[in-house]
Design a protein around this ligand. Structure first.
Ligand SMILES: [Fe+2]
Length: 350
């Protein structure tokens, strides 16, 4: 079915997390052996891009300020895989190779082995509705603060990145907001305030490490060293699926019937609750099958490895300041370089 995978478990699950309860509520890093498969190298990413449907390989760009969401998508039509990789190395871009389990059988075998090894190491845990993306991102690229609906795991393979997870925000996020996100009525990107970092779990993720957190924990990512290659996987345990269904049912009961969660417990609304649960289950399915289609980030640029920042504006205009290298975007900073650089995450962390 695929190139031979290394013998033995492809991951380490620390002893403290070997029950479903501990694992699914855990926020921790551990090690994996994906590099030994040779499947997630630059060379193999090029091979993946040769066969992967191009509309499932999105290139995005982002601004520099983690509090201001400036995320847009680019076109790569006509570019070879080598051109795309050259642009990733030159610019500040994020390539998301999606639905890897459906289109890359060798990578899929390795990723399913990871999940099978997880299930074996954690008796009682099952990961269903698995999906996986391969992420290739520029030095200095970032992903804004956001919440994912399924449970997720980031398996880091090369380069280095800082990951912040905000368990306190999960506890504090208003129920309405969380339900809206989980019900896919709102983009996952949620407001972020830098002072939250003080209480965040922050880790510099090195090659060969993986990180996971409890479902719906807000998180953000900043590349700190080199081109980054990671595998991002999502799954639902039976508990996670019920959790999402409960959020959606609660919201539907309130939106459609004006009922609060507590009233569902006391007023015998069996039929409505069943209907809501049924529809909520369908919504989960829609999320799984159409996830990216729900977000309409604008397409504003064309990827071009020969262009100064590896991008060309579709409107023919100059590159907006938000997407220029920081020094070019803010020339004033040069005369006061030290204070400005001290505040700049990608420089401070490099
Ligand atoms: Fe995420």
């Amino acid at each position: 079915m695929s190139a031979a995978l290394p013998d033995g478990p492809l991951l380490d699950l620390p002893a403290d997390y070997r029950t479903p309860d501990a694992f699914e509520n855990g926020l921790f890093t551990a090690t994996h052996r994906l590099a030994e498969t040779g499947l997630f190298t630059e060379e193999n990413v090029l091979r993946m891009l040769e066969t992967h449907p191009r509309d499932l390989a999105n290139v995005s760009r982002m601004g520099h300020d983690p509090t201001v969401l400036e995320w847009s998508e680019g076109l790569t039509e006509g570019l070879s895989p080598e051109d795309v990789l050259a642009a990733l190395k030159k610019g500040r871009l994020w390539l998301n190779i999606r639905k890897v389990l459906d289109h890359q059988p060798e990578a899929a075998a390795a990723i399913n082995r990871l999940y099978d090894d997880l299930e074996a190491a954690c008796p009682g845990f099952t990961a269903t509705r698995r999906s996986a993306n391969v992420l290739v991102s520029s030095p200095g690229a970032m992903v804004y603060y956001h919440i994912d609906v399924p449970q997720n795991i980031l398996w880091h393979v090369s380069g280095e990145k800082r990951v912040w997870a905000y368990p306190q925000r999960l506890a504090d996020t208003p129920r309405d907001e969380l339900e809206a996100i989980v019900a896919v009525k709102k983009a996952e990107d949620a407001g972020y305030h830098p002072e939250w970092d003080d209480a965040a779990f922050a880790v510099d993720l090195k090659p060969g490490e993986w990180i996971t957190w409890p479902q719906h924990t807000p998180h953000r990512v900043q590349n700190t060293v080199g081109l980054n290659i990671s595998v991002s996987t999502e799954h639902y345990s039976p508990r996670a699926f019920r959790y999402v269904r409960a959020h959606r049912a609660n919201r539907m009961l309130r939106d459609r019937f004006g009922l609060s969660l507590s009233s569902t417990k006391t007023s015998g609304l069996g039929y409505q609750a069943k209907a809501a649960a049924y529809l909520a289950g369908r919504a989960v399915q829609e999320y799984v099958t159409k996830k990216r289609g729900l977000y309409h980030y604008p397409k504003t640029f064309r990827v071009d490895p020969k262009a100064p920042h590896a991008t060309v504006e579709l409107n023919g205009g100059p590159t907006p300041a938000a997407f220029l290298p920081r020094a070019a975007a803010e020339p004033k900073a040069e005369s006061a370089a030290e204070p400005e650089r001290a505040r700049e995450p990608e420089l401070a962390l490099a």
